[in-house]
Design a protein around this ligand. Structure first.
Ligand SMILES: Nc1ncnc2c1ncn2[C@@H]1O[C@H](COP(=O)(O)OP(=O)(O)O)[C@@H](O)[C@H]1O
Ligand SMILES: C[C@@](O)(CCOP(=O)(O)O)CC(=O)O
Length: 494
């Protein structure tokens, strides 16, 4: 932020007219003398991507490097403002069948606004305040009474993330709203679905409390970076509620997009993030085992191993670190060519060893091992699990001449018969292939929630009914998708 001081007034450093238009010509936050007759803020949307960890998952939790890239699968959050008289906040997270409403006045504002505990949007928040978590607990523990216990756990994790951020960044005078979330990222599959939702929530709430400026085309790179850092910090807080001990790599990639080398040695300090500007277009196959897993449980397994077999576990984590650094040196060297068999083989072998080490940490799964066996048997590439493991997804770096992995018949390069046959086997055995591209944009906003198609097509307003009515992932992508190329989405681009 380059303009206003980090005080209470226009926290985002926007001009008066920008701030007014963001809030539907109304002041929020510090100004409580709003006139009821003024128009409501128009609905707006935010969107953030999932990610793949190419090298270094788990080791990254213990201070080692990881290499990760944004994917084109994304979450989308629509924010609809209600009239001030409603005094409610509603979450409609339809992918997890969560529909919950809180009365704003019933929420534990006294705890969150206590001078000793109150956090400002610009604070470097690196941990949760246990007393605030306890104060919030009664407001999530009674939700979804009809749901199964596993479903209720998912609801409570998502709702806690929202509520902690809402209570930290908002006030009793916050605008009543409905927050409607849909995602094209499979949940709990190692592709950072939780981080992408927390980045959306953090961005929406920071926008609403005017702690963000832009994105706009003439924004200085330094200012854009500051906005992204703010979003990322609060998203990390949200991740703490879902995962317990996240490294922060997922929310960092989801916020900034592209690809990065990430390391966090000291958890009280921001991580070291090295953007990988010319991240190569790697021919990757992304396959979901459809085996549910819990990131928190897999991370806890490694922590347990580190405690009980510290010497050997440290060696494994150091070896993963060396693999990540070696892969980084390889892809950033002038000699690296993603079309060259030698370059791909070198990178692929590093992936194979990385998977073996993850497996020795106990975070693989029979379905991941079966997948690896099937890919090896078809001799089409090198495979490793991605994300927390214990199920979820694996990535395969495809050998040259196996490409056109999307099976696009219009491509000049036909898909190899070995890959086609493999895909049939995978489908028959219940695996699911995802098509995605790596290294796209990070968090973006669509304000107001109106999309203009290409070729001068008429503008389309996105309201709740349309958004909730979109048919599956494809429907969401077609309606609001960043990747579908609708005009209107804007991104902070440092
Ligand atoms: N589409 C979604 N809607 C609501 N909450 C979501 C969504 N996707 C993920 N989440 C939240 O993130 C949690 C899954 O996180 P996690 O197990 O780490 O999976 P992943 O590996 O995909 O990040 C869910 O329990 C839920 O709280
Ligand atoms: C295992 C880990 O390295 C990645 C977890 O990714 P995911 O939640 O499975 O998408 C944990 C972390 O970095 O916080």
């Amino acid at each position: 932020m380059s303009t206003s001081s980090e005080g209470d007034a226009d926290a985002g450093g926007r001009t008066e007219s920008q701030a007014n238009s963001m809030n539907g010509k109304m002041h929020t936050g510090a100004s409580h003398s709003r006139k009821e007759s003024l128009p409501l803020a128009p609905p707006f949307m935010v969107s953030a991507p999932g990610k793949v960890i190419v090298f270094g998952e788990h080791a990254v939790v213990h201070g080692k490097a990881a290499m990760a890239a944004a994917i084109s699968l994304r979450s989308y959050l629509l924010v609809t403002t209600l009239s001030k008289s409603r005094r409610t906040i509603t979450l409609r997270f339809s992918d997890i069948s969560l529909d919950h409403t809180w009365n704003i006045d019933d929420l534990p504002w006294a705890a969150f606004s206590h001078p000793a505990r109150r956090k400002r949007y610009y604070d470097l928040v690196t941990k949760l305040d246990p007393e605030l978590v306890a104060a919030m607990q009664p407001h999530v523990s009674d939700m979804s009474p009809q749901a199964s216990s596993s479903e209720r756990k998912i609801h409570q994790a998502a709702a806690s993330t929202f509520l902690y951020l809402f209570l930290s960044l908002g006030s009793q005078h916050s605008q009543p709203c409905i927050y409607t979330l849909r995602s094209t990222i499979p949940i709990g599959a190692g592709l950072g679905s939780s981080a992408s939702t927390t980045v959306c929530i953090s961005t929406a709430l920071l926008l609403q409390c005017r702690a963000l400026s832009g994105p706009h085309p003439d924004q200085q790179s330094e200012e854009a970076e500051k906005q992204l850092e703010r979003i990322n910090r609060w998203a990390f807080v949200g991740e703490l509620l879902i995962h317990g001990n996240p490294s922060g790599v997922d929310n960092t990639v989801s916020t900034g997009g592209k690809a990065v080398l990430f390391k966090r040695v000291d958890y009280s300090q921001p991580p070291l993030v090295k953007p990988l500007r010319d991240f190569p277009e790697l021919p990757l196959l992304l396959v979901d085992t459809r085996q549910a897993k819990s990131t928190a449980a897999e991370v806890a397994k490694v922590a347990h191993l580190k405690k009980t077999h510290s010497g050997v576990t440290d060696h494994i984590l150091n070896a993963i670190d060396q693999i990540t650094e070696s892969a980084h040196a390889l892809i950033t060297s002038d000699d690296f060519d993603p079309d060259s068999p030698t370059s791909l083989q070198h990178l692929g072998e590093l992936m194979t060893v990385n998977h073996g080490l993850l497996s020795s940490l106990g975070v693989s799964h029979p379905k991941l091992e079966r997948l690896r066996y099937l890919v090896d048997r078809a001799d089409v590439g090198w495979t490793k699990l991605t994300g927390a493991g214990g199920g979820g997804c694996a990535i395969t770096l495809l050998k040259p001449n196996t490409s056109n992995m999307n099976g696009d018949s219009t491509s000049s390069q036909p898909q190899s018969s070995a890959l086609k046959a493999l895909e049939q086997v995978l489908e028959a055995e219940g695996y699911k292939k995802y098509e995605t591209t790596l290294g796209g944009d990070g968090v973006g906003i669509l304000w107001p929630a109106v999309l203009r198609g290409g070729n001068g097509e008429a503008a389309e307003e996105i309201d709740q009914e349309k958004f909730l009515g979109a048919d599956g992932r494809e429907g969401v992508e077609a309606l609001v998708g960043v990747a579908a190329g609708g005009e209107g989405w804007k991104f902070w681009r440092p």
